[in-house]
Design a protein around this ligand. Structure first.
Ligand code: URP
Ligand code: ZN
Ligand code: ZN
Length: 471
């Protein structure tokens, strides 16, 4: 019997290896890998490499920032950009405003995503105010309904105290949810910021000194201990320093249920991007800031050793104008400039270039860090692998094609490209979401509203429950 779609003759990253195989797709799922398949539609993929559709578990989409600024991207524009870069599932944030019930926050984001998202999606419940009515009941009910991850901050004006984080961890651990933490010590940052401003140091480069590495190291170590005490699984977001990697490795060696991600801007950029002339450095301002070459080496070593499991984008889009980075004026001091940079679309090409073309950890490692591990750790059903029974979410790569990023060639709504001038080798030429092409040869074929919300089953409290391995 024929399939609905056959991807014929390509090389396929599956089961930790690369094999030559046809991919038979029926009713949006991978039905079989093999040879000689017939299909109603056949796509010739000789010379191409098929990898799982990207799973980006850290994207800020159509979200109000802690500074009260709306992201540049709607669900429609962010997921268009995702599809153009090979990403087929995103986890963004249902961000609770102060005083808002959690259930209202999630309903609001879910309604907007259902209308606009062109790829599959889920939400982290982002908590800013645990003092609202029915907080614990709402949290438990939302987790039971399939929202299996929570986000908390130890800094910004939405930071929670340790006691509140402990309370959330206990509920999350019991109910089967993963708690994601932006871990930087707020007092260290506050003191550094005050000193810099007193010295008249207000430029984007001063943002880096305002968030010293010790702020991350301290908060990561403390959050590891909270995970240990509660036995609740924790995901440390956007790790940037060598010492934080070491803290995570040590906590995992003690058996703590700790997981961690880093992002391309920490792997490929250093602090000097913030020191471009004038206010240009604002384009790269994010928190934590980019660090050093030595930190990059430690992050790669941490990924290779399995201390870190995921590379996400931390897509946090603000335009380089008065609606975004300069909402407080062109001459705003660094604390008044929005933090974050776009990254949904270039995440896979940048990682492919380094890992597949450049040989760091290879195609199987690339698939694991960008799709398989995020899908497994966050409990996304049917996602992250090219294997029978999984959703037919695929990217086809032209491995020989080298592309140099231009200023405005991403498909988000940000209007600048932080990777302008960077050349990547290996380029996505087609993206499939549940067997439907959402990008082919640079043409966008997705549909707003066609993305599905991913209801997630319980997330276990032991690392082995999550990945089936302690790697
Ligand atoms: O600078 C960043 N990463 N902005 C987005 C919010 C966050 O901290 O994740
Ligand atoms: Zn963060
Ligand atoms: Zn973030």
């Amino acid at each position: 019997m024929g399939h609905d779609l056959v991807i014929r003759g390509g090389r396929v990253v599956t089961g930790g290896a690369v094999v030559e195989a046809d991919i038979g797709i029926t009713e949006g799922r991978i039905a079989a890998l093999g040879h000689g398949f017939d299909g109603a539609e056949v796509v010739r993929a000789e010379g191409l490499l098929a990898t799982p559709g990207g799973v980006d578990p850290h994207c800020h989409i159509e979200q109000m920032s802690g500074m009260g600024l709306m992201n540049a991207d709607t669900f429609e524009t962010a997921t268009r950009s995702a599809a153009m870069g090979g990403t087929t599932s995103v986890i963004s944030f249902a961000a609770q405003a102060k005083g808002q019930r959690l259930s209202d926050a999630v309903a609001d984001y879910a309604t907007r995503a259902a209308r606009g998202a062109a790829v599959d999606h889920a939400f982290h419940i982002s908590v800013s105010d645990p003092s609202v009515p029915a907080f614990e009941d709402d949290l438990r009910a939302l987790i039971a309904a399939g929202h299996r991850s929570i986000k908390v901050f130890t800094t910004y004006n939405i930071k929670l105290e340790d006691a509140d984080i402990l309370g959330i961890l206990r509920i999350a651990g019991e109910a089967g949810a993963l708690t994601c933490i932006h871990a930087e010590n707020d007092a260290i940052i506050g003191a550094a910021r005050a000193r810099l401003l007193a010295e008249g140091r207000t430029r984007p480069i001063d943002h880096a000194a305002s968030r010293p590495r010790e702020a991350e190291i301290e908060a990561v170590a403390r959050m590891c201990r909270l995970a240990e005490v509660t036995r609740a699984p924790v995901m440390i977001f956007h790790v940037s320093t060598a010492e934080a990697v070491a803290e995570i490795a040590a906590a995992r060696a003690r058996g703590a249920p700790i997981w961690a991600e880093t992002c391309p801007h920490y792997l490929f950029q250093t602090e000097d991007v913030l020191d471009r002339p004038g206010t240009e450095g604002a384009k790269w301002m994010c928190s934590p800031p980019q660090r050093t070459k030595a930190d990059q080496a430690a992050l790669w070593a941490g990924l290779a050793a399995g201390h870190l499991q995921i590379v996400s984008s931390d897509h946090a889009p603000y335009r380089f104008d008065e609606t975004g980075k300069f909402s407080n004026g062109r001459d705003a001091p660094f604390p008044a400039i929005a933090n974050g940079m776009p990254g949904l679309e270039p995440r896979l090409p940048l990682m492919f270039d380094a890992m597949v073309s450049g040989g760091r950890l290879g195609p199987a490692g690339f698939a694991r860090l960008t799709a398989e591990a995020p899908a497994a750790l966050y409990g996304l059903p049917g996602k992250g692998r090219i294997a029978p029974g999984y959703d037919a979410d695929l990217v086809l790569w032209d491995m020989g094609r080298a592309v140099t990023y231009g200023a405005d060639d991403l498909h988000d709504n940000v209007g600048y490209n932080p990777w302008e001038g960077t050349t990547v080798t290996g380029w996505p030429v087609a993206t499939y979401l549940r067997g439907q092409a959402v990008m082919r040869e640079g043409d966008y074929l997705g549909q707003p509203g066609a993305g599905r919300w991913l209801m997630r089953a319980g997330i276990g409290t032991r690392p082995a429950d999550i990945m089936g391995t302690s790697r």
